[in-house]
Design a protein around this ligand. Structure first.
Ligand code: ADP
Ligand code: MG
Length: 283
């Protein structure tokens, strides 16, 4: 059986201000196998976060179904943990304390087990020795490692990640991708990973699902054939570049589709030129 099933999921948002609905996701069907790493890419605004939030149980849905281990999800649950773009750690708790937080909320483990698991995941994400530090004493990349440890320590069936490295600088981001793969190999969780960066998706995932521009529809799913462990050198392999290029072309098609809509947009057509600056600044 599939670990996570998204079954004909359709999501509308109600726009109060305009008194109408907007279609964000249109009939998405996608399954993720046990221990599989699935990435979802698509142009900005195509509904990636909406999809992830629905799977997380943070957003209601009416049409279609989301199932984990065959059971329909109703709101958030301990079978899922989410890692967002910002680590949002509790500033008054130490790094160890933050890693414990998810477990404490669940009330599933006793004190000794929580301590043991916090230590284990602290080491797994490469933060051994930082357990007694506070989040403000750590770099962005280290904070995001802590966030990941917090999610993994809670032992979810499915790990959900929404652009978790988007706020990091380019170099740290590359290292974090390699690090995530190492951690994932050990933890072997089912992962749904959202990103708009194609090479991040191809490097990390077993399969990459491409969504169309809004409303998000499933355009194509690519199986990524590269063996693991994967190193960052893989990103320069011609076969890697070929897949990246194929996905990019699909997304470009979508961008063009939206671009055509924008070209016919009357609202910006009559915009007057910016007035010339006549006065100088007082210094
Ligand atoms: P992505 O993560 O792919 O950038 P989102 O899931 O954030 O896309 O948004 C998908 C579409 O739904 C966007 O067009 C966005 O404007 C719209 N949307 C997102 N959240 C809301 C909301 N709470 N109310 C109305 N529209 C929303
Ligand atoms: Mg988003």
């Amino acid at each position: 059986m599939q670990k996570l099933e998204i079954d004909h999921l359709t999501k509308h948002y109600w726009l109060e201000r305009y008194g109408r609905e907007v279609l964000a996701l249109d009939d998405i069907t996608l399954s993720v196998g046990d221990g599989e790493f699935m990435a979802i890419v698509g142009p900005s605004g195509c509904g990636k976060t909406t999809l992830l939030n629905i799977v997380a149980g943070l957003l209601p849905y009416e049409i279609g179904a989301v199932r984990i281990d065959g059971k329909r999800t109703e709101g958030p649950g301990i079978d899922r943990a989410v890692v967002f773009q910002h680590a949002s750690l509790l500033p008054w708790r130490t790094i160890s304390g933050n890693i414990r937080y998810g477990m404490e909320m669940q009330r599933r483990f006793d004190e000794a087990t929580m301590r043991e698991r916090a230590d284990y995941f602290l080491k797994l994400v490469g933060l051994a020795g930082f357990g007694h530090h506070y989040p403000s004493e750590l770099s962005g990349g280290m904070q995001q490692r802590c966030n990941l440890a917090r999610a993994l320590a809670a032992d979810p069936a499915v790990l959900l990640m929404d652009e978790p490295f988007a706020a990091l600088d380019a170099q740290t981001r590359e290292f974090m991708q390699a690090e995530l793969l190492k951690i994932w190999t050990k933890a072997r969780k089912t992962v749904l990973f959202i990103t708009h960066q194609i090479n991040e998706a191809v490097y990390l995932a077993d399969r990459v699902a491409v969504l169309s521009a809004r409303p998000g529809r499933l355009k194509q799913v690519f199986r990524i054939p590269f063996e693991r462990p994967r190193t960052l050198h893989l990103k320069r392999d011609p076969r890697f570049l070929e897949i990246e290029d194929a996905i990019w072309r699909l997304i470009e098609e979508e961008a063009e589709r939206i671009g055509m809509v924008l070209a016919g947009d009357e609202t910006s057509a009559g915009t007057p030129p910016l007035p010339a600056i006549t006065a100088g600044f007082d210094v």
